[in-house]
Design a protein around this ligand. Structure first.
Ligand code: FAD
Length: 377
């Protein structure tokens, strides 16, 4: 029987990034994935990366992640289609505008390049945006996008190159705990694999897995749908991630290959892990997209799909140890797990390998009160 320093359950961005950075610390890592890497939320996300958040912890985590994304091409030896095409958060009300202005102050105190620009300047900078009813927007040219499957591919190659292992089509049925310490995992085929450290990175399924050792996680998955269009000529400048916070808003950007990719948050929320897509989404998303950028009216949608946001009560993730020695959790990533993934993985690896986080992670502790709210979900 092989020995592993760490077992990671889940081959999404969180599990694979953590595995990669742990192998860089020389740890012998095993990642166990019940289907294939990216089969969960990561392969269903739209690849947006931003630093515009409202709390200091998330801003720092996002900034760290952005810095890591910038390095990935060098790290992996191939492009992950990372591009700083920007995020423009649109304010339609005075209340939204004042929230953005307050957040910009906090973001700037951490060195983020972000400004509030007027509707007139939006029209000048991004002439294709229909600015009717828009008071202005928070724009950061540093934010951007990357291609999730290429990022996963890089982490997978890195893990195996550094001596780690990944097994797919293999489900962990329970965690094993003895006298307050984690001992390993049991697979659904009955096999037991031992390790003194186990990380639960099972995304929308993390809560159920944790219940097998009686650790309650405040995670609630919600269905979110997305679409992507055929490739079209790139706009000049390329369409940044336009985030329309109206009740019937949406968010989309242009990928660097020309496709338009986007989603919206359904009101009311649609709890559960269903990945069933709907015609209503296709119709509504098309309407909302064209309302914001009328020039997209004749563009064909290529595909639509659905996946999960794993929500917490305050909209921020849990990245922490638990009261069971050796059992760690990284989840509840809401709509931000892709962008926060590299930093989450690196920080968790440093907690496990060096017993420290190198930025203040108290906002992400499992035992916090979950009272504050991430305003830019
Ligand atoms: C439509 C949509 C758009 C999004 N857009 C963005 C975006 O633009 N930017 C962004 O940052 N985020 C976005 N997100 C959110 C992002 O996708 C998630 O936050 C992120 O992928 C979570 O990663 P994860 O590794 O925690 O989970 P997952 O990717 O779900 O990985 C968990 C893995 O664990 C495996 N697993 C579960 N249980 C077990 C078990 N018992 N045994 C073995 N394996 C198991 C699953 O098969 C899965 O592959 C979006 C999400 C959706 C649905």
């Amino acid at each position: 029987m092989k020995n592993y320093d760490t077992i990671i359950v889940g081959g999404g961005i969180i599990g694979l990034a953590t595995g990669f950075y742990l192998t860089k610390f020389g740890k012998k890592v095993l990642v166990i994935e019940k289907r294939y890497p990216g089969a969960g939320s990561t392969g269903r996300c739209i690849g947006g990366i931003r630093q515009q958040f409202s709390t200091s912890g998330t801003i720092q985590l996002a900034r760290e992640s952005l810095n890591l994304f910038k390095e990935l091409e060098k790290e992996f030896g191939f492009s992950v289609e990372f591009c700083q095409s920007g995020y423009l958060l649109l304010a339609h009300t005075e209340e939204q505008k004042s929230i953005f202005l307050k957040n910009i102050e906090i973001q700037k105190s951490f060195g983020i390049n972000v400004e509030f620009i007027s509707a007139k300047d939006i029209k000048k900078e991004f002439p294709y945006v229909n600015t009717e009813g828009i008071l202005g927007g928070a724009f950061s040219p540093e934010d951007g996008q990357a291609f999730p499957f290429l990022v996963l591919k890089g982490f997978i190659r890195g893990i195996t190159k550094n001596g780690g292992e990944i097994i797919t089509e293999t489900e962990v049925s329970s965690l094993i705990e003895q006298n307050g310490k984690i001992k390993g995992v049991k697979l659904s085929n009955g096999k037991i694999i031992n390790s003194e450290i186990v990380i639960n990175a099972a995304g929308p399924w993390a809560k159920e897995l944790s219940e097998t050792v009686d650790i309650e996680l405040p995670f609630v998955p919600e269905r979110h749908e997305a679409f992507i269009t055929v490739k079209i000529k790139k706009f000049d400048p390329i369409i940044p991630m336009l985030v329309d916070y109206r009740k019937d808003g949406c968010y989309f950007n242009q990928r660097i290959n020309g496709q338009i990719i986007g989603c919206y948050t359904p009101v009311p929320n649609y709890p559960g892990k269903s990945t069933k897509e709907t015609f209503e989404f296709l119709y509504e998303m098309s309407r909302r997209t064209v309302r914001l950028v009328p020039a997209l009216e004749k563009v064909h949608v290529l595909r639509q799909w659905a996946g999960s946001y794993t929500m917490t009560p305050d909209g921020n993730p849990v990245i922490d140890k638990t009261e069971i020695e050796g059992y760690f959790v990284a989840g509840g990533m809401s709509g931000h797990g892709f962008m926060l993934g590299p930093a989450t993985g690196k920080l968790l690896a440093s907690l496990i390998a060096e017993d420290k986080f190198y930025i203040n992670m108290s906002e992400f502790s499992l035992n916090r009160k979950f009272q504050s709210k991430e305003l830019l979900k």
